[in-house]
Design a binder for this molecule. Structure first.
Ligand SMILES: NC(=O)c1ccc[n+]([C@@H]2O[C@H](COP(=O)([O-])OP(=O)(O)OC[C@H]3O[C@@H](n4cnc5c(N)ncnc54)[C@H](OP(=O)(O)O)[C@@H]3O)[C@@H](O)[C@H]2O)c1
Length: 246
């Protein structure tokens, strides 16, 4: 039986396991989706001995660290510098691990229908694994992005530096941090919400809850809103296409 799975640490709840298990059942696909909680990314080597393993998703904290263990990267994953899909390719008894980034397609496809011509500049809240995919897509679509971080670093603003002028210049704001995720539903990124207005578009990559406090606060100021659900489903479907060469 073909096996697929998710590597990360910790792995408490997994959308991917539920999604793929339901897909396999519904479509009569003879495959399994497992959770592999790796304390260290070097444990990936042990998984190579499983001859039925055909593909993996990668989550926090390994999207960047995993690259050193792969034999090949597809062009987008190489440009982004992060991998969330691995394909196990077996030819003539040899195993090759190739890395891809389906967050890029997930984010781009979900964002594009909502983009307006005035979305010229964006703020990306958080500087972790997925923020790289977000930045890549924004650049590709001609949108200049500025990172916002809790800590002072080169090429990023801190939350306390955000002013009314900065918010007026950046009408797209993407939350690429886990802030507001269940059970911490009363938390939200520390931006000056009072300066938001109807031309702002708040995109929260968090999908649980469906309406985070970040989005609720945007709604109070009449902003456009999007949560992470459609990106999540798209990146999973793209993973499946990658594993099956669709
Ligand atoms: N919808 C989807 O398909 C999808 C796909 C991928 C990820 N996501 C979601 O996107 C979020 C980020 O994912 P990731 O993989 O980039 O995570 P990550 O690598 O852990 O990075 C998140 C970044 O958020 C910032 N951050 C972390 N904890 C914070 C806190 N308590 N307060 C403020 N900022 C904090 C940090 O940046 P600084 O240190 O610079 O502040 C960190 O680098 C997660 O919630 C994840 O579930 C959704």
């Amino acid at each position: 039986m073909r096996r697929f799975g998710l590597i990360g640490f910790p792995l408490v709840q997994s959308f991917s396991k539920k999604f793929f298990t339901a897909k396999f059942e519904k479509e009569g696909i003879d495959a399994q989706y497992e959770l592999y909680e790796l304390k260290d990314i070097s444990e990936l080597i042990d998984l190579k001995t499983d001859t039925e393993l055909c593909g993996l998703n990668v989550t926090i904290p390994y999207k960047e660290k995993v690259i050193q263990f792969l034999d090949e990267l597809d062009e987008t994953a190489a440009e982004v510098g992060a991998v969330n899909v691995i394909k196990f390719i077996r030819t003539e008894g040899k195993l090759k691990l190739k890395g891809y980034n389906s967050d890029v397609i997930g984010f781009e496809n979900s964002l594009k229908p909502f983009l307006q011509t005035y979305h010229k500049n964006a703020l990306i809240l958080g500087t972790g694994g997925v923020s790289k995919a977000v930045n890549y897509v924004l650049q590709k679509n001609g949108i200049k992005a500025t990172f916002v971080s809790r800590v002072s670093k080169e090429n990023a603003l801190t939350y306390s530096q955000l002013t009314e002028d900065i918010l007026n210049d950046n009408l797209l704001i993407v939350n690429a941090s886990p802030v507001g995720t269940f059970p911490n539903v009363n938390d939200c990124p520390e931006i000056p919400y009072q300066f938001l207005h109807e031309k702002h578009f708040l995109y929260d990559l968090v999908y649980n809850p469906a309406e985070t406090l970040f989005l609720k606060k945007g709604k109070e100021h009449g902003t456009q809103l999007l949560n992470g659900e459609s990106m999540l489903i798209t990146q999973a479907l793209v993973s499946w296409e990658i594993w099956n060469d669709c």
